[in-house]
Design a protein around this ligand. Structure first.
Ligand code: HDE
Length: 706
């Protein structure tokens, strides 16, 4: 009897009536401890949700040792019922996401333009919660499909919550909210077959695109490497729409919001992204988690583009059209603050899953523009969250609740957590002196003059040019980036089974750039160029904007990135130390990979543990690799597929490779050739220099690009 009692059993818990019977059974089998396991230490008392202490959390209430379970077992029923309801409906878009806590610090006051204190009090740190997401895939889908990324930030300001709910691309597929359900239906898995998951490479998406020329600008961005971020820490964020900043005199200025990563923009290659889907489903989530846990806090600058109504009138496009961006060359960016993410959530569900962002959450001094896409969003988010989070009181969930005092006369409803006191739940009232009232300093909508046009389902004529900025984007790219866009289009359209859809897309591309259309047509094996559809407005040649490139915006740094070092028995201990020190001094993480996790015995006899086992740690998860092998190990690993793939992929993904003589035997087996990025492991300076970028000049040698 004594042996079945766990040391951690709560003192207050009395063995229930069935205890002795079960224990006799257990004792007879001699495994009583197995059925009443408990870790040692000082644990709080385990209770039901009603606070009733439990004496047994491992055995249900049964009618005898081999009899049926009893309905009476309220403990089992409560536990299973709660479990049955552990999932809530996932977001219809942006279901897969990763979030983190941090702060926003204002470095430059926008007092001239706004009365929002979050943008006027320099030095003040406002708590934030940021969530990054893919759009199309379900909550359990992979982190690295070709997809737009959500970039949503909740600022818990002293004047209420401000949510900046943006993407990592500054434009959107459509101009009017009316088309949102259609574009989303078209990109998500096809309804009859239930695939593909998390990808746009299928007929329904491209069918929608082919019939909606307004998508062409965003399609150029989506086919670029912007949709293949290397890390969530290395992507930009954009508020997309024009917002209004309003000062204390009611004067308004338009503002576009930009997040710029401290580590610069970095992307993966398509082949790498596909292989990452197998190597690590959680590549981005893990990367964000590890960076925060190791104290390398991700950081972004917040910048704004500010322009007046009159300046906007002179733009060669309509800034209220979300398929258009305001080039930096036209309106420069002003950096006003920084966001640092320094705390991983304590609980994924309670925080990252239950967080509810809403573009209509603005504070006094920030207001909306008439962008018809933004206007539709103002309704949608609260509506979807009512069903996702189960009722009208989800603002009380800790992750959603304002951190400043809040009070109103809304009452009751599902999951009301507060206990409002008093008689007065209406306004005006004279019965209770402390009931909340509106204040003259509160939020007031900007008195935007309206034109006197007639009511109607209309699209502004100023929204009609669908190709000029698509052309500007494509022509602003570097040669490798243009090749990636062409190749991405060939890949995606090769997955489209319907010939007329493929042809229609190539037709649109003729308006974007005739050479691009030709490349894609050749890549698809089309013998003749399909006709271009009529364009409502003749595409313009806008000046190129180098700020739209990734390559031009990459930072010449290895900060925040990761280098894999492959070793085996007999590897040179001094070389390992030198490479590792160089990598870490450059601000990157050195990760030792070996055929066995226990590591390898280095040439001096020291046993070096590995961080990753070769078969489960392919080079796709690194930014550069070093191959440090004895001759014997080089020969052995040249016959090992995982090792050969390790170097073959590093070469194919244009990564810097440092090697010694033993490593060269493996490189040969992996078909690695010579170029500036393949360096001697002894020359750590050259290795670090090469590792800071990709070897773009190698690309034509390793793959056929469209
Ligand atoms: Fe969203 N969007 N969206 N969206 N969106 C949602 O809200 C919607 C749009 C964006 O991490 C949903 O709570 C409409 C543009 C992000 O939780 C939903 C329209 C941009 C997130 C919704 C748009 C975004 C969402 C789904 C066109 C970039 C994830 C779950 C009128 C500026 C936020 C939810 C998070 C989520 C509707 C267009 C960004 C259904 C109707 C443009 C980052 O309400």
């Amino acid at each position: 009897m004594a042996s079945r009692k766990s040391t951690a059993r709560p003192k207050s818990a009395k063995p229930d009536a069935t205890g002795p019977a079960r224990s006799r059974g257990s004792d007879r089998r001699g495994n009583g401890d197995e059925l009443h396991q408990s870790a040692g230490g000082r644990h709080p008392v385990l209770t039901t949700n009603q606070g009733v202490p439990l004496s047994d959390n491992q055995n249900s209430l049964r009618a005898g040792e081999r009899g049926p379970s009893l309905l009476e077992d309220f403990i089992l029923r409560e536990k299973i019922t709660h479990f049955d309801h552990e999932r809530i409906p996932e977001r219809i878009v942006h279901a897969r996401g990763s979030g983190a806590h941090g702060y926003f610090e204002l470095t430059r006051s926008l007092k001239k333009y706004t009365r929002a204190r979050v943008l006027t009090e320099v030095g003040k740190r406002t708590p934030v919660f940021a969530r990054f997401s893919t759009v199309a895939g379900g909550a359990g889908s992979v982190d690295t499909p070709r997809d737009v990324r959500g970039f949503a930030v909740k600022f818990y300001t002293d004047e209420g919550n401000w949510d900046l709910v943006g993407n990592n691309i500054p434009v959107f597929f459509i101009q009017d909210a009316m088309k949102f359900p259609d574009v989303v239906h078209s990109v998500k898995m096809e309804p009859d077959r239930g695939f593909p998951q998390a990808g746009s490479a299928h007929d329904t998406f491209w069918d929608f695109v082919s019939l909606s020329p307004e998508t062409m600008h965003m399609v150029m961005w989506a086919m670029s490497d912007r949709t293949l971020p290397r890390s969530l820490r290395m992507m930009e964020g954009f508020g997309v729409h024009s917002f209004r900043l309003v000062d204390d005199k009611g004067r308004s200025t338009f503002a576009k919001f930009h997040w710029r990563p401290k580590l610069g923009i970095q992307s993966t290659l398509w082949d790498e992204a596909m292989k990452l889907q197998a190597a690590d489903n959680d590549f981005h989530r893990r990367d964000l988690f590890e960076a925060i846990q190791s104290g390398n806090f991700p950081e972004w600058e917040l910048a704004v583009q500010l322009f007046t109504e009159e300046e906007a009138e002179a733009f060669p496009f309509d800034h209220l059209d979300a398929t258009k961006l305001v080039p930096e060359e036209l309106v420069p960016l002003t950096v006003v603050g920084r966001m640092v993410l320094d705390r991983w959530p304590d609980n994924f569900f309670a925080e990252t899953e239950q967080v509810a962002f809403c573009p209509s959450h603005v504070v006094p001094g920030i207001d909306f523009s008439n962008d018809p896409l933004l206007q539709g969003r103002l309704f949608s988010y609260l509506d979807t969250q009512l069903s996702r989070l189960g009722g009208p009181n989800f603002h009380q969930i800790p992750i959603n609740a304002p951190r400043c005092p809040f009070a109103n006369l809304q009452r009751d409803g599902h999951m009301q957590m507060a206990v409002p006191k008093g008689r007065v739940n209406y306004e005006p009232s004279s019965l209770q002196g402390d009931s909340p009232r509106a204040t003259p300093g509160g939020f007031a909508s900007h008195a935007t003059p309206l034109d006197d046009g007639a009511k109607g389902r209309v699209r502004a004529g100023s929204f009609a040019d669908h190709y000029s900025q698509a052309r500007q984007f494509y022509r602003s790219q570097s040669a490798p980036e243009q090749a990636h866009i062409a190749s991405a289009l060939v890949f995606e359209l090769s997955k489209v089974g319907t010939a007329h859809v493929r042809e229609a897309i190539v037709g649109h591309l003729r308006h974007v750039d005739p050479a691009l259309a030709r490349r894609v047509a050749d890549g698809l094996g089309m013998t003749a160029l399909p006709p271009a559809p009529p364009a409502a407005v003749k595409p313009q040649d806008l000046p190129p904007s180098p700020a739209l490139q990734i390559i031009a915006r990459m930072k010449d740094t290895l900060q925040g990135r990761s280098v894999g070092i492959l070793i085996d028995d007999g590897s040179d201990a001094a070389a390992l130390k030198a490479v590792r020190t160089a990598v870490e001094s450059a601000g990157a993480t050195a990760v030792i990979v070996a055929p066995r996790l226990g590591g390898a015995r280095l040439d001096g006899g020291r046993q070096q543990a590995a961080d990753g086992q070769l078969a489960g740690t392919p080079s796709t998860v690194f930014d550069a690799v070093a191959i440090l092998l004895s001759e014997e190990a080089g020969k052995r690993l040249a016959r090992e597929a995982a090792a050969v793939d390790f170097v073959r992929d590093a070469w194919g993904h244009l990564k810097a490779i440092a090697t010694d003589d033993g490593g060269r035997l493996l490189l040969k087996a992996g078909g690695v050739g010579k170029d500036a990025g393949v360096v001697d492991a002894g020359d750590t300076r050259a290795f670090i220099k090469a590792a800071r970028t990709r070897q773009w000049a190698r690309e034509p040698k390793v793959r056929t690009l469209a």
